[in-house]
Design a protein. Structure first.
Length: 333
């Protein structure tokens, strides 16, 4: 599971804010193999934690590759009796859409490669040019087809991995639940993927920190590179600088290029994507780490509703920051 790099800082808001701060409710816990934090202004002071938690659990039953009886696991096991639920269908259709738009940089069939390199839900496998070439025969979103509510794989060896989009989907679903309850001020964060609307308890836009891309592994050592101010929308970040391993002097990052079969090697250290929904932001952030900066910025500039914030390794300075024009308004000092 990829290590997401957004830091949620709304929980660090100091006391002594608006008089109605007590109406903001905070929920937190574990889901999807990570932690979640949700804060919202409930008009009647009602706590919706149980409903939110139950929804996350149902999503895991559909999309978690770590659950052997989930929908996606049964698909990977070629269980012909599996019934595709709405959660799987929603995520699969979005994954297919973004795969087409990124020319396969985002690919839900990348599971065999992720597993082979030791970043998936199985033990690492052999990774030489012959084995990777063989695995590539089973990778490619165009080799899977949705027909009459049934998923058809060109070959039984194809396996799916929704980890790069499922958390964003879960964030959106939690936000939708809050919206249906009449809640207009909220922040939903799951594993660094975020959807916000309205104001935080201080009466200001939500403040979301983007990590400085260093290899430090602990939360204590993490540093904020920039704070983004967002009143509505979803933000997801993907990066290669923490989840990696070294073997024989070579560093292997967790982002795998579905076209080559190998971990990516370029200057882009992290990509943060702002979109209307978190599922879209989540998938594009992963795709951008495959594509690199220039191709990613080309996509951002031609897709209304997408904004990007990119951190690259610098030539003279440690980091170089670039972002789309629309991101400027969120970079208040």
């Amino acid at each position: 599971m990829r290590y997401l790099i957004l830091v949620f800082i709304a929980f660090a808001i100091t006391v002594g804010c608006q008089q109605d701060k007590s109406k903001y409710i905070k929920n937190q816990g574990q889901a999807h193999g990570t932690f979640y934090h949700i804060i919202y202004k409930s008009p009647n002071g009602v706590d919706y934690h149980k409903q939110l938690r139950n929804t996350m659990q149902r999503i895991d039953k559909s999309l978690s590759t770590y659950d052997p009886v989930s929908v996606i696991s049964r698909i990977n096991q070629n269980d012909s009796s599996v019934v595709l639920d709405d959660h799987f269908l929603n995520v699969y259709r979005k994954a297919e859409e973004i795969a087409r738009e990124t020319h396969g940089a985002f690919d839900i069939t990348v599971a065999p490669l992720v597993n082979a390199w030791g970043f998936g839900y199985t033990e690492p496998q052999r990774t030489d040019s012959v084995s990777i070439s063989t695995i590539l025969n089973y990778v490619g979103y165009e080799k899977v087809h949705l027909r009459n509510g049934e998923l058809i794989k060109d070959t039984a060896a194809i396996q799916l991995d929704a980890s790069a989009i499922a958390k964003g989907y879960s964030v959106d679903l939690a936000a939708r639940i809050l919206e249906m309850k009449g809640i207009k001020n909220y922040m939903v964060e799951i594993g660094g993927e975020i959807h916000v609307k309205g104001q935080n308890p201080n009466g200001a836009a939500w403040r979301i920190g983007v990590d400085e891309p260093t290899e430090e592994q602990t939360l204590i050592d993490r540093k904020i590179q920039r704070i983004l101010h967002i009143s509505e929308g979803a933000l997801a970040t993907s990066g290669n600088y923490r989840q990696f391993y070294e073997k024989n002097g070579q560093k292997y990052a967790h982002t795998i290029n579905p076209k080559t079969g190998y971990p990516v090697q370029h200057r882009l250290l992290s990509a943060s994507v702002l979109a209307d929904d978190c599922m879209t932001a989540d998938a594009y952030a992963t795709a951008f780490m495959v594509l690199g900066y220039h191709a990613s910025m080309d996509i951002v500039e031609t897709h209304p509703g997408l904004e990007g914030y990119f951190i690259l390794s610098g030539d003279e300075e440690p980091f170089e920051v670039r972002y789309s024009e629309g991101m400027q308004s969120h970079l208040k000092d």
